[in-house]
Structures are given as structure tokens and as C-alpha cells.
Design a protein. Structure first.
Length: 251
């Protein structure tokens, strides 16, 4: 009887939670993902994909898949899941559309300020962003850039890696889960996001850094949830590609 009670008690005891890793462990993961992302970007930019053949297109999609798999491996080693980083059901779904629309409007306003005020003031030309490379009327390139790239590689992949994994690792390296740490992490990931677009000049760095900042704020206001960021990122890229595709040649 006593043995049966002991077995029942052991069965009801939950297994111990995985211990938190030291800060240097998170820092190494952060550096590894940033270095690999930088390497992939140095090997091929988005502009080289247009008319570049199937191999370049597969590389563009595959490099983000590799980064997501690497981050997933890091998470599983530490007993974490993507849900812990924001890929979970929002507590209030009705907030998501407001965040997407509000973020979209804010992006329009800030991008106009950068293009019309800041860049002319410093004598920098407007950038040719990778999200609008498709030529008017080029249906094949449009379908590739507007669907698997805009919604897959950019919206889902970049949000998982940057607003999900990298932002979380920055917070863990800082070592404080409070609001100041999250704000610092948002600024850091925005700076990283902008630096990944150095090949687009100072204009590309400023605009993409601003996009990273807005997406980080959307993540925070949404309860550190990624779904509003994913939808906003995908919508911006899809609309930009559609505008480029439907524009009159020469305009």
C-alpha cells in the first residue's frame, strides 16, 4: 500500500522546469544568428534575385529557412518554444487589426518624413528598397516577390528571427524582463535591422531601421505577440510589390 502511494505521489509531481541559461549563452546565440544573417546578405542581395534564375530564388527563400531552423534548434536546446517568443494566440484578437492599421499609418508618415525631409537635408538619395524591385507588368516576378517572399521569407521568417528570436535574446542578455529592457532591445533590433541594409545606402538604413522600430513597438503593444508584426510586415511588402507591378512603365 505504501509503495502504491509513493508511486502515485511521484506520478503527480511535475518535472522540474529547465534552468535558465547564463547571459553569455544567449549572447553567443545572438552573435551566431546575426553573423549568419550578415553572411547570407553579403552573398546575395534582394536586387540580385530579379531575373536571376531559379537558383537565386531558392537561395533567397532557403537562407531564411536555415535561420529559422537554427533559431528553432537553439530554442529546443533551452527547453523553449516559439510560443514563448510571441508566436502564440493573442489574448485579444480584436487588438490585432488596430495595431496593423495603426502601424501601417505610422510607417507611411515616418517614411515620408525620412524621404522628404531627412534625406534631402543630409544630401542622401532615396533608396531602392528590395520590397519594390518587381518591374511593371512582370507577372512571374510579381507572384514570386509578392507571395512566397513577402509573406513567407519576409513576413513570417524575418519576424520570427528578428522580432522573435533576436529581440528575445537581447532582452535576456540585458538580464531584466522589465519595460526599460524591452525598449532598449527594440532599439537594438531596429539598429540591427537597418544595418542589414547597408547596401542600400544611408537612406535604406534609415528607412528599414525605422520599420524595425515600428514593428518592435507593435510587438510590445500587442503584448509581446508576433502576429500583428507578421501581418503588418506582409501587408507592407505585398502592397509595395503590387504598386510596382501595376505601375505604368516609365512612371
Amino acid at each position: 500500500m505504501d509503495r502504491q502511494v509513493d508511486r502515485q505521489e511521484r506520478a503527480t509531481v511535475a518535472p522540474p522546469a529547465p534552468s535558465a541559461s547564463p547571459r553569455w549563452h544567449y549572447l553567443l546565440q545572438l552573435v551566431a544568428v546575426v553573423a549568419l544573417l550578415g553572411l547570407f546578405l553579403s552573398l546575395m542581395s534582394a536586387s540580385e534575385v530579379v531575373d536571376g534564375g531559379a537558383g537565386r530564388k531558392l537561395f533567397l527563400l532557403g537562407r531564411m529557412a536555415v535561420l529559422v531552423l537554427l533559431c528553432t534548434w537553439f530554442l529546443r536546446r533551452g527547453g523553449e518554444r516559439w510560443a514563448d517568443l510571441g508566436l502564440r494566440r493573442p489574448r485579444r484578437w480584436w487588438v490585432v487589426p488596430f495595431l496593423v492599421v495603426g502601424g501601417f499609418v505610422l510607417l507611411l508618415v515616418l517614411s515620408r518624413v525620412i524621404r522628404d525631409v531627412i534625406l534631402p537635408a543630409i544630401g542622401a538619395p532615396p533608396p531602392q528598397l528590395g520590397s519594390s524591385l518587381v518591374r511593371p507588368g512582370d507577372l512571374a516576378e510579381y507572384l514570386f516577390l509578392a507571395i512566397p517572399v513577402a509573406w513567407g521569407s519576409a513576413a513570417l521568417g524575418e519576424e520570427l528571427v528578428i522580432r522573435g528570436f533576436l529581440l528575445d535574446r537581447i532582452v535576456k542578455v540585458i538580464g531584466s524582463p522589465g519595460m526599460p529592457a524591452h525598449l532598449v532591445a527594440i532599439l537594438c533590433q531596429a539598429a540591427l535591422f537597418g544595418s542589414f541594409h547597408l547596401h542600400q545606402g544611408i537612406g535604406g538604413v534609415l528607412i528599414t531601421g525605422m520599420v524595425g522600430l515600428v514593428l518592435g513597438l507593435v510587438w510590445l503593444l500587442g503584448g509581446r505577440n508576433l502576429w500583428a508584426c507578421i501581418l503588418l510586415h506582409g501587408a507592407v511588402n505585398f502592397i509595395t510589390q503590387t504598386e510596382a507591378y501595376t505601375a505604368r512603365p516609365g512612371v
